[in-house]
Unconditional design. Structure first.
Length: 148
């Protein structure tokens, strides 16, 4: 997926979550939109859940520093490696790829080759060949990479 799923799902989830939450809350205050108090409570809880999930999409989407920023880090490391080794550009040497991997390691990424897109092209410039070392970021990026 080239575009963030949040662009498509967030308006729907906000409308659905906001509507359920509002109807559930109004039912709790006496304006009965549901047959029972239990249904109103379920609607209130589901609406709140939709709103929380939508917020989580915003936090882990393009605005967060996760997979898209990882690609930017790879590009920055590639630029620095080529700038430091101008005579190695275009050659079949391991100087630039090794320096890119070392730069990514310094930025807090592990080199991994298990992702199918990395297996297609095991290059130092392939964003799919890295995962953050920090556990939370690693979990988010691994989840995002499943949909790419």
């Amino acid at each position: 997926m080239n575009e963030s799923a949040g662009v498509f799902f967030s308006p729907l989830m906000l409308i659905l979550g906001g509507g359920l939450f509002t109807l559930g809350l109004l039912s709790v205050f006496g304006l009965n939109f549901f047959k029972s108090t239990f249904q109103a409570g379920v609607a209130l809880a589901m609406g709140l859940a939709f709103l929380v999930v939508t917020e989580a999409m915003f936090l882990t989407g393009n605005s967060g520093r996760y997979f898209l920023a990882q690609g930017t880090d790879v590009t920055d490391c590639e630029y620095k490696a080529e700038q430091n080794n101008p005579l190695e550009r275009g050659k079949r040497s391991s100087v630039i790829p090794d320096e890119i991997r070392a730069c990514m390691d310094r930025l807090g990424y592990d080199w991994i080759t298990e992702h199918p897109h990395c297996e297609e092209a095991k290059l130092a410039t392939n964003s799919f060949c890295y995962l953050p070392k920090a556990r939370f970021s690693r979990a988010i990026v691994a989840w995002q990479m499943k949909f790419e």
